[in-house]
Ligand binder design. Structure first.
Ligand code: SF4
Length: 308
């Protein structure tokens, strides 16, 4: 029988001992050698990515980050484990100091986070993302935060102090039943919309503080036809709306980096996926018609994830 604290996924590091269980997930911790990683691919325009955690309790069915799990067993169990990078704040301080030694006049641009959500449930207890913000605010990088959690509003007072900040709130569908199917453990759509409204209200945008707010409808998941207009009108709260197809409609659609769960969902939503490209095109058309006259930026894919 497994002993308490010795539940291992086996095969490879770094899943030594479970520290605790939190909100249904096994929590591990380790020390990282580095915390700022060179940004590549979709977000190559940034100097670094910053991921306070490895793994993500939201466990979205379509998440490509599952493919970077430490071993196949953990990939299958995506959403049920998190590794806390416990020395992250200390390492970040050293790495930012080193950057400014080499580039005294050039603040780095940082994207937090690319393969985890910095405000997943364990953050409410661990406050690791908050500790990283407190380090970063001293160094004033250009910072983009990508999350789907209203927990980010907890840190408004720190966020107010950044000079170049963009907050991207992920809301890939306007239909709650779809959200519950694809991202069972994520916060509700209304709570995310409320959060971005609150952030925008409390974080000043002026000549000293350039704060920007995006809603990333990425990847665009099915949206029930009756929900589309109401959803689009609520997106007016943002400065920028980003859309992106998950994959083109082909055999690999929605399965490229994900698990069996996503394949089954694709079958459930065949009414959308059979005609995915056309549904995307129609949704974009409505978005442009309703939001462009209000001055909101509508962007697609990689370009939409830039700070500027
Ligand atoms: S919140 Fe982001 S990182 Fe976490 S499971 Fe969902 S898509 Fe993946």
């Amino acid at each position: 029988m497994e002993k308490q604290g010795e539940q291992e996924y086996g095969e490879s590091q770094p899943t030594s001992l479970v520290r605790e269980e939190f909100a249904g997930a096994k929590i591990y911790e380790n020390n990282s050698k580095s915390i700022l990683n060179r940004a590549t691919g979709f977000i190559a325009g940034y100097d670094f990515t910053l991921n306070p955690y490895r793994g993500c309790q939201y466990g979205c069915s379509y998440c490509y980050a599952a493919a970077f799990s430490p071993n196949p067993k953990m990939r299958e169990d995506w959403g049920n484990w998190v590794i806390i990078k416990q020395n992250a704040a200390e390492i970040l301080e050293k790495e930012l100091a080193r950057w400014y030694k080499k580039h005294p006049e050039q603040p780095p641009s940082i994207y937090m986070s690319s393969v985890t959500d910095p405000y997943q449930p364990i953050e409410s207890k661990e406050r690791l993302t908050q500790k990283l913000l407190l380090v970063m605010v001293k160094y004033q990088p250009t910072l983009v935060i990508q999350t789907r959690s209203p927990m980010i509003t907890r840190d408004i007072e720190i966020l107010q102090q950044f000079q170049r900040l963009r907050i991207n709130m992920s809301i890939p569908t306007g239909s709650e039943p779809v959200r519950k199917d694809f991202e069972l453990h994520s916060p509700s759509i209304p709570s995310r919309l409320l959060a971005i409204g609150k952030l925008k209200h409390h974080i000043a945008c002026n000549e000293n503080h350039q704060a920007r707010f995006s809603i990333t409808v990425t990847p665009l998941l099915p949206i029930l036809p009756e929900d589309q207009a109401a959803f689009i009108s609520k997106l007016e709260i943002a400065d920028r709306v980003v859309i992106q197809e998950f994959h083109p409609s082909n055999e690999r659609s929605l399965v490229a980096s994900t698990r069996q769960e996503a394949v089954e969902l694709k079958n459930k939503y065949a009414w959308w996926y059979k005609n995915e490209q056309e549904n995307y095109r129609q949704f974009k058309k409505k978005l442009v018609a309703m939001l462009e006259p209000t001055g909101i930026q509508i962007m697609e894919g990689k370009a939409g994830f830039s700070y500027d």
